[in-house]
Design a binder for this molecule. Structure first.
Ligand SMILES: Nc1ncnc2c1ncn2[C@@H]1O[C@H](COP(=O)(O)OP(=O)(O)O)[C@@H](O)[C@H]1O
Ligand SMILES: [Mg+2]
Length: 251
């Protein structure tokens, strides 16, 4: 098997038979998913199929109805789980950067380091500079979000998440608000992080981005994982129409 080496390794996070119902609606309908350290898992699927809900279960922004998510050996749904610590271990980046508008870049990155990790200003700023330099953003450290391009804002949002040293970085449509050039920039950045062995799970609508950063993608439809394969294979004629039409539907 192609990925037998990975299959032998203990997953960092293991999702089993995950179900989420909102009232009568079943949004996740038995999802199984493993991430091992260093993985870059790309998830795609139609609008409303449950992608964001799945990601939000990872740090208990959404409480699953049933199933389990074992992270570092513990089911995160257990009553004694420290949700605050969990949220520090699983960094989130959203489509809309969610930067604090009244804080400059440096303060945006250092805020959680100081408040949640208890770092001194000097230590937090040193850590922030390390991330900003890696993202080529150090010269913008005194700017406010309104003075940055969308691509720069997203780089700051990713730098801010990574400064917390999360075990997993979760990115929910990080390029949806960006033009193609900026998307490409963020795609390059994600590839760099992947080379640095950062474990990531990313949801995107962007087939070009997906193809650029990962050899295969996971297709979610109606709350179920239907396939994990290359986009070329997923758009091939032998596929069920629901899969083929999604991956074949490009200009
Ligand atoms: N908090 C919520 N309450 C009720 N329904 C929700 C909630 N969050 C999401 N949903 C519903 O769950 C479905 C999947 O949503 P979502 O996970 O955001 O889809 P995706 O990210 O794939 O577009 C949608 O029908 C959405 O309306
Ligand atoms: Mg979504």
């Amino acid at each position: 098997m192609m990925s037998s080496k990975k299959a032998d390794r203990v997953p960092l996070i293991a999702v089993r038979n995950l179900v989420k119902q909102f009232d009568a609606q079943t949004v996740l309908n038995g999802v199984d998913l493993d991430l091992v350290e260093g993985d870059l898992r790309v998830i795609m699927g139609p609008s409303g199929c449950g992608k964001s809900t799945l990601l939000r279960c990872f740090n208990r922004l959404v409480e699953p109805t049933s199933g389990s998510i074992v992270f570092k050996g513990q089911n995160i749904m257990d009553a004694d789980v420290d949700v605050r610590a969990l949220r520090q271990s699983i960094g989130f980046v959203f489509q809309q950067f969610a930067l604090y508008r009244h804080l400059d870049v440096m303060a945006n990155i250092t805020l959680a380091l100081r408040k949640l990790k208890g770092m001194s200003r000097a230590v937090a700023e040193e850590k922030a500079m390390h991330e900003l330099e890696r993202f080529d953003m150090a010269m913008h450290r005194e700017k406010y979000p309104a003075q940055l391009s969308g691509g720069q804002m997203q780089r700051v949002a990713i730098a801010r998440a990574l400064a917390m040293d999360p075990a997993i970085l979760v990115l929910d449509e990080p390029t949806s608000a960006l033009d193609p050039v900026m998307s490409r920039e963020v795609g390059d950045l994600i590839q760099t992080l992947h080379q640095d062995q950062i474990t990531m799970v990313l949801v995107t609508h962007d087939l070009t981005l997906a193809e650029h950063i990962a050899p295969e993608v996971t297709f979610l439809d109606q709350g179920r994982i239907m396939a994990t394969d290359s986009i070329a294979n997923l758009s091939a004629e032998h596929q069920p129409v629901a899969i083929r039409s999604f991956f074949g539907a490009r200009a």
